[in-house]
Design a binder for this molecule. Structure first.
Ligand code: GLN
Length: 206
């Protein structure tokens, strides 16, 4: 379905079952995209990109199973559109989840992810990161561009990344931004800062 108000702007889905989806919707509006809140499989039609937000991955997984959304979501993620997964979204994409093997998930990306990896003492923190591969405009870049203020909230991190996974940024040597083809997974919350480069990336339709 074409958004009549913005017929040429890309339709970017935001999984809206739980968590920080409203902030992503606002960030996508600021990029000139047409965000679509995803609550049923019908909402997945005609998307040019998809955001899997942060939140509580156990709750999101339960709701995805209850709503019958797991399989349709997996199919759209494999259709070639860009997918940006943040925090709990990264957990949903991970093929391996040590200590939580039974937690339902999409399991598409060749990464092993540790939930709540930074410990209780450092529940939330902000870190200045250099993220390779993506510039301010959301386009591919060879070198690190401007640093990103990255907000981490009970964040996961990547313990193992497969051979097809590019590591774009690290904290203390641990990957916190990874990319495998059209899938971008971030441990932090880009929707909580004014830096729109990742929302521009997911809105860039080739
Ligand atoms: N700790 C949460 C989980 O395991 C993720 C936190 C977040 O998305 N900010 O699902």
């Amino acid at each position: 379905m074409v958004d009549m108000a913005h017929p040429h702007s890309p339709r970017i889905g935001v999984l809206a079952l739980q968590g920080a989806f409203r902030e992503h919707v606002e960030a996508l509006h600021r990029c000139g995209a047409s965000p679509v809140e995803i609550r049923t499989a019908q909402h997945l039609q005609g998307l040019h990109g998809l955001v899997l937000p942060g939140g509580e991955s156990t709750v999101m997984a339960k709701l995805l199973v209850e709503e019958g959304l797991m399989e349709p979501l997996r199919a759209i993620c494999c259709s070639g559109i860009r997918v940006m997964a943040t925090c709990a979204g990264m957990i949903l994409l991970a093929s391996e989840l040590p200590g939580h093997e039974d937690q339902p998930r999409l399991g598409l990306m060749d990464i092993s992810v540790r939930r709540n990896a930074f410990g209780r003492q450092v529940d939330s923190f902000v870190s200045t990161l250099y993220v390779k591969g993506i510039d301010q405009t959301g386009n591919e870049a060879k070198d690190c561009s401007e640093p990103v203020e990255a907000v981490f909230i009970r964040a996961p991190l990547v313990e193992r990344a497969g051979p097809d996974v590019a590591i774009l940024a690290t904290v203390n040597g641990a990957p916190v931004a990874v990319q495998q083809g059209n899938w971008l997974a971030l441990s932090f919350h880009p929707e909580l800062t004014a830096d729109l480069r990742f929302h521009r990336w997911v809105s860039n339709v080739e």
